[in-house]
Design a protein around this ligand. Structure first.
Ligand code: B12
Ligand code: SF4
Length: 484
């Protein structure tokens, strides 16, 4: 009875990962809701008198109607939801709106790149949001929950933008956490019954448990199309290689995770890749455990000697930000690499048995039919194991967004289209429809080639063979076209 009384006195915080469309260009997958379980794990460690629940609608197959019931039965006092990317904005809004309808007194909270960059305008436009946590979430959310439970005003909480007596109040920002290792291990125990469900079919297989691990935050580069460096205050902080390997082992041993996505945006700095490889090898994870990371081409080149050891540690797939074939476009993007770097990096990965996946961006302001044709030819010549093309998207928080807004280039304000598959802006010479057509052209050109399909479907590289069969069976190109 005493426990029951204590339990009912606790402040109830419900974290909701809303139903989201998958990014079908990458085939079928179900990711763990890393951002919110990380926040929940921090509250669990640092806030007393709080009762936490995590609802992952995607993994639990909870649709909007069922979500209403789940909210009603949870009786939350706080509902937190996260968008991950701008294209999920409406899913978060619908979640918070549902929460307000079911429990009118609930405090609704969101955060992340998109809502941080649009905090004031989002609060003005969407009455279903009460508080936006700007930037890093853990400490701010913990303080918010403490203040709510102690019935204190929010006026002193650094890092929030909130509604107060019909005014929108922007509090000063909060300094970043100094040492990321003060953060708890990822809160996978909060979704432990779902851990077997998380998977990334194309990368590791439908039955291979998949976990995300965060090795660092931020980036020391400043690409004009990217939200990451500004979101993390142009500051790069990292956990030690030892801690990263410990987290990997924890996921492998405790939850059977066999495929890890290291979320780092700036993987290749200093001696880190070498040390990360060594630490992972030392942990002797199960033999079939593999991992993935995104990397810059110049970082792969700088770490060329380390690639065998990274491969040995289980790194089997790298997504390279190649972005474009034109040096002047790369300069416009402030990317700091050359097209030759991409060629060298792809070869180095392939020679070391690491799957080379390249990402290109179409629709830079100066792009023409001719320049995009050159980029397609470059992609063909580069011949990575897999290519993804994305449309240059003015994501709020980027320099490109500011430039495009100033100049009136943005033709589409529907956030669900900000997925890098829909054209949002024309170029100087191409209409928005032409930019869209060019994206299809890129996929058609690269994957339409009978030679490339044949090579992929019957490749001696088992992973490449699997990926091409997956792409063929899931009809990725057809899906892109059918969207419009
Ligand atoms: C893993 C990943 C994926 C996985 C999915 C992961 C998942 N859980 O669903 C996959 C591959 C499927 C994916 C897909 C896409 N992704 Co992605 N992804 C990532 C990546 C690498 C890690 C995300 C993560 O877990 N980070 C760690 C957590 C802890 O950080 P966080 O989410 O920012 O949260 C912190 C704060 O922002 C804040 N916060 C965030 N939300 C909230 C909510 C509340 C209530 C509070 C209080 C605080 C808070 O607190 C957290 C802790 O401090 C990030 C880059 C990165 N390094 O973060 C890109 C990133 C999020 N992806 C991005 C994009 C664009 C996409 C795609 C559109 C495709 C693409 N072109 O890359 C699709 C969208 C898919 C979809 N429909 O959801 C962009 C988003 C930019 C934007 N503003 O839109 C990012 C930032 C990459 C980049 N460099 O630009 N992605
Ligand atoms: S695109 Fe990559 S390298 Fe450039 S700022 Fe973003 S995370 Fe850093």
């Amino acid at each position: 009875m005493a426990n029951h009384v204590l339990e009912t006195n606790k402040l109830k915080v419900l974290f909701i990962e809303p139903p989201k469309d998958i990014w079908f260009v990458m085939g079928e997958y179900l990711p763990p809701p890393y951002g919110i379980i990380q926040l929940a794990a921090y509250l669990e460690k640092h806030v007393e008198n709080v009762q936490l629940e995590v609802l992952d609608c995607n993994a639990e197959k909870v649709d909007w109607a069922k979500m209403e019931k789940r909210i009603a039965s949870a009786h939350p006092e706080v509902v937190c939801s996260s968008s991950l990317a701008t294209c999920n904005t409406y899913a978060v809004l619908k979640t918070l709106e549902t929460a307000k309808r079911i429990a009118p007194n609930v405090l609704t909270v969101t955060g992340g790149q998109h809502f941080t960059a649009t905090a004031k305008q989002s609060l003005e436009a969407y009455p279903e949001i009460d508080v936006i946590v700007s930037g890093e979430g853990e400490q701010t959310l913990a303080e918010l929950v403490r203040c709510l439970s102690e019935k204190k005003s929010f006026s002193k909480i650094r890092g929030i933008v909130f509604r107060n007596n019909n005014q929108i109040v922007s509090n000063p920002p909060r300094p970043l956490i100094e040492n990321l290792e003060d953060l708890p291990f990822p809160g996978y125990h909060l979704v432990k019954d779902l851990m077997k469900k998380y998977h990334f079919s194309v990368m590791a297989g439908e039955n291979t448990p998949y976990a995300l691990i965060e090795g660092s935050r931020g980036c020391s580069h400043k690409c004009t199309f990217c939200t990451q460096w500004r979101h993390w205050q142009a500051c790069w902080r990292a956990k030690s290689p030892k801690r990263i390997a410990d987290e990997m082992k924890y996921c492998n041993e405790t939850f059977g995770s066999k495929f890890t996505w290291l979320t780092d945006d700036n993987f290749g700095w200093g001696n880190r890749p070498k040390e990360i490889a060594e630490e992972i090898i030392k942990r002797e994870l199960t033999e079939d455990a593999t991992w993935f990371v995104q990397a810059r081409c110049d970082d792969i080149i700088r770490n060329r000697e380390i690639l065998p050891s990274l491969r040995k540690s289980g790194l089997k797939w790298v997504l390279l930000g190649v972005e474009n074939s034109s040096l002047s476009t790369l300069e416009q993007f402030n990317k700091g690499i050359t097209p030759q770097d991409a060629k060298t990096a792809v070869k180095l990965l392939q020679n070391n048995g690491i799957f080379a996946h390249a990402m290109f961006i179409v629709g830079q302001r100066k792009d023409t039919h001719q320049s995009i044709k050159q980029m397609r030819e470059f992609a063909n010549e580069l011949d990575p194991d897999l290519v993804m093309f994305g449309i240059l998207t003015p994501l709020p928080g980027t320099e490109i967004y500011e430039e495009a807004s100033r100049n009136g280039w943005i033709m589409d304000k529907n956030w669900s289209h900000y997925d890098m598959i829909h054209a949002i802006m024309p170029t100087e010479t191409l209409s928005i429809n032409e930019v869209q057509e060019e994206l299809y052209g890129c996929y058609r050109d690269f994957y339409g080639s009978i030679h490339r399909r044949f090579k992929g479907l019957f490749s001696s590289n088992q992973l490449k063979r699997k990926v091409f069969w997956h792409m063929a069976q899931s009809g990725v190109l057809g899906k892109i076209k059918s969207m419009f």
